[in-house]
Design a protein around this ligand. Structure first.
Ligand SMILES: [Fe+2]
Length: 159
């Protein structure tokens, strides 16, 4: 039995469930951000195409960090697309043309959903003395909040 000195098994299991939900959302985001990267159209194509690549590259690294954290805690990450789709709270997007405004709105929506979920999860990890999970989630919260701010600025008309 793995004993890392965490507060309780119940809280560790609850944390793992939350990490698996986050992992499922990352899987959906990974595909969805590629979809936008490919299907964005309009005069902002070049900047959006590039920005979306930056976002899915972060998501790719984050997927690995979160899955490996679950393993460090002694549990199994959900490692199939079927499992991810069962758990996710995000909606996939169809393969159609997207304006950069619609992309920005969708990214703000999904990042806000994710940030709310992992903030609660970080608080739970705190109750369980799970410092490393807090650090991982704290860094991710910073990334999502920074991008929410930037996409909101992008959508704000100049007065
Ligand atoms: Fe590409």
């Amino acid at each position: 039995m793995l004993d890392l000195g965490l507060e309780s098994k119940a809280k560790t299991e609850e944390t793992v469930n939350g990490l698996n939900l986050y992992l499922a959302n990352l899987n959906v985001l990974y595909v969805k951000l590629h979809n936008f990267h490919w299907n964005v159209v309009g005069f902002n194509f070049f900047e959006m195409h590039e920005k979306l690549q930056e976002l899915y590259e972060f998501v790719a690294l984050e997927l690995d960090r979160i899955a490996e954290r679950i393993l460090m805690l002694g549990y199994k990450p959900v490692a199939s697309l079927e499992g991810a789709l069962r758990l996710t709270t995000l909606k996939e997007a169809p393969s159609v043309d997207f304006s950069s405004v619609n992309v920005a709105r969708a990214v703000i929506h999904d990042f806000t959903e994710v940030v709310k979920q992992i903030r609660k999860l970080a608080a739970l990890a705190g109750e369980n003395n799970d410092e490393y999970t807090i650090v991982l989630l704290g860094d991710a919260i910073g990334f999502y909040e920074k991008n929410i701010w930037m996409f909101r600025a992008y959508l704000t008309p100049v007065k």
